[in-house]
Ligand binder design. Structure first.
Ligand code: ZN
Ligand code: ZN
Length: 391
């Protein structure tokens, strides 16, 4: 299902060289990074499109904190023997967008900080007040965030940044800390879509200036780089290889001359990758405008000898044709991830297809969820923290 490239290109370094086309060696050679292996990862789904307080984790590889019980607060006086009350306004809400808090526990000490979890915030969703509400309801400690990553300049990922950064910076003030906000240098203020009614503009993205005012130490990065002592890799531009993943049809941006110009490929999109020890790569993708298969192929390009363990985030297949859904699933299965954690723009049809063809290997992201990869003891402790955070 992927485009044919000339046979002359070196096919080494791919998960399945007979299926996927090779990249020119010059590109492959330029991407040499070593990730610090992790003992475990905790993913806090602060914002994604869906909520689901009840469904247990369908995979023994992923633990899940109790979603509903987090909304229970102690009653001032027992009510006929009941000690707690379930407060609906303490539960989390979904919204179009994505924000994930990622706690990475190094398997070995890194950066003089031993095995202390390293904390990356991946996107901040579409609304600052929703980010603050969900984070607070989950007991998510904004003050622990060390690095904020924006996957791309779309408002369903960026608009919550100012409030999130303000909260993080406020919490860090005591320690005189500043939070790094890692942005692609091709800053886009307005993006939109061409429709039969004309261009529909999105609201403005935050700017470098507004984020600095909120307390960010902005770093502009268009190339792949390691962050937090090598616990995470932030990618550079994601190469477009497959023939069926073509960005957003009708996508436009407002240029400096006040003209709406074609912008279907969203080339500023970047993914984040980390490495679970003895398991493989965990890939975080915001909206997969590059195509979720292209995202995975690029991770394999950077780390050719490491299997893909899990793909987390928006697969952007909600509005895909049946043909594209089929091609995406076929190629995803060839990449052999142990786990899929789709959310945001993935759409129920593709999730259904994964569940059907890869039963038990999908754990969907839900807003207000805490999910833990391969670490029973951390799961137990954090569950307790989660409940305590609401008291
Ligand atoms: Zn997007
Ligand atoms: Zn999105």
């Amino acid at each position: 299902m992927v485009a044919d490239l000339p046979d002359a290109l070196d096919p080494s370094g791919w998960g399945n060289a007979t299926t996927f086309p090779a990249r020119p060696p010059s590109i492959t050679m330029a991407l040499k990074f070593t990730l610090a292996p992790l003992a475990s990862i905790q993913i806090t789904s602060i914002v994604t499109d869906e909520v689901d307080h009840f469904t247990p984790s369908p995979s023994p590889l992923v633990g899940k904190a109790p979603g509903l019980i987090g909304g229970a607060v102690p009653l001032p006086e027992p009510r006929c023997g009941a000690s707690h009350e379930l407060k609906m306004d303490r539960l989390c809400c979904g919204a179009l967008g994505l924000s994930l808090g990622i706690s990475a526990v190094p398997a070995d000490g890194v950066g003089g900080q031993g095995r202390k979890p390293r904390e990356l915030l991946f996107d901040a969703g579409p609304l600052g007040d929703l980010w603050a509400r969900n984070a607070s309801n989950m007991g998510y400690d904004a003050g622990k965030v060390e690095h904020v990553h924006l996957s791309h300049w779309h408002r369903d990922h960026s608009a919550g940044l100012e409030d999130a950064v303000r909260m993080i910076a406020e919490r860090k003030k005591e320690a005189d800390g500043q939070v790094v906000v890692d942005l692609h240098p091709d800053v886009v203020v307005y993006r939109g879509m061409k429709t039969p009614k004309g261009v529909v503009s999105m609201e403005a993205n935050p700017t470098v200036g507004t984020l600095e005012e909120a307390g960010a130490k902005v770093e502009l990065n268009g190339d792949a780089h390691l962050v937090l002592d090598g616990t995470f890799l932030v990618s550079g531009q994601i190469p477009r290889v497959t023939e069926y993943e073509g960005g957003i049809q009708g996508g436009v941006r407002l240029n400096e001359d006040g003209e709406w110009v074609e912008d279907e490929l969203i080339m500023d999109e970047r993914m984040v990758v980390c490495l679970l020890k003895d398991k493989g790569l965990v890939i975080f993708t915001g909206c997969s405008h590059a195509g979720v298969i292209n995202v995975c192929l690029h991770a394999k390009e950077i780390f050719p000898d490491t299997p893909i363990y899990c793909v987390v985030g928006g697969y952007h297949l909600a509005d895909a044709t049946p043909e594209r859904l089929g091609s995406s699933l076929e190629d995803l299965m060839k990449l052999e991830p142990m786990l899929c954690m789709p959310g945001h723009c993935t759409g129920w049809r593709f999730k259904f297809m994964i569940e059907k063809e890869m039963p038990g290997q999908m754990v969907p992201l839900v807003a207000g969820g805490k999910q833990y990869q391969a670490v029973p003891e951390l799961k137990a402790n954090s569950d307790i923290d989660h409940i305590k955070g609401n008291e």
